[in-house]
Design a protein around this ligand. Structure first.
Ligand SMILES: [Zn+2]
Length: 64
């Protein structure tokens, strides 16, 4: 019998992990830099990514 003990995915937890729209890194919400753009919150791993987004938000916000 196979056991998949090593796979620990909790499907009951509905956590949305903030993703940096510039570099695509997933991060901890408490560590991320938050930038609000048109009422929507965006999370960034570093100030560099945030600056890139602020310069060209159109390039990154239409990722749906
Ligand atoms: Zn980044």
């Amino acid at each position: 019998m196979k056991k998949f003990n090593n796979i620990l995915i909790d499907y009951n937890k509905n956590i949305t992990v903030p993703v940096d729209p510039v570099c695509g890194i997933e991060m901890d919400e408490s560590l991320a830099l938050v930038h609000e753009h048109k009422g929507k919150k965006y999370y960034f791993c570093c100030n560099g990514c945030r600056k890139i987004f602020i310069k060209k938000p159109k390039k990154y916000k239409n990722k749906s």
